[in-house]
Unconditional design. Sequence first.
Length: 106
Amino acid sequence: MTAKTEIEITETAAASSCCGGSSCGTGAADAEAGAGVTAVYEVSGMTCGHCEGAISAEVSAIAGVTSVTAVAATGRVTVVSEAPLDEAAVRAAVDEAGYELVGLAG
């Protein structure tokens, strides 16, 4: 494995969503299917399931992303990817959805 910076490496990721719809990420089955790089981002402006779905759809379109779980109640977006993502790409996707990426959650 490569050195960890602020990105957490996990073998599985718990994926949950308040709306349970297919527009809110690819789901727990994909996240648990294999190891990947998990990064948790803080996003401002999410207030509901629609917000979660919009962010999940945009971030899911980034190459290498295998799972996205956005939770409006916490303002956190968990992204599982094949390799570490460029934060600028995540920021652009979140901006496209109409929200603001604060940065990696601490």
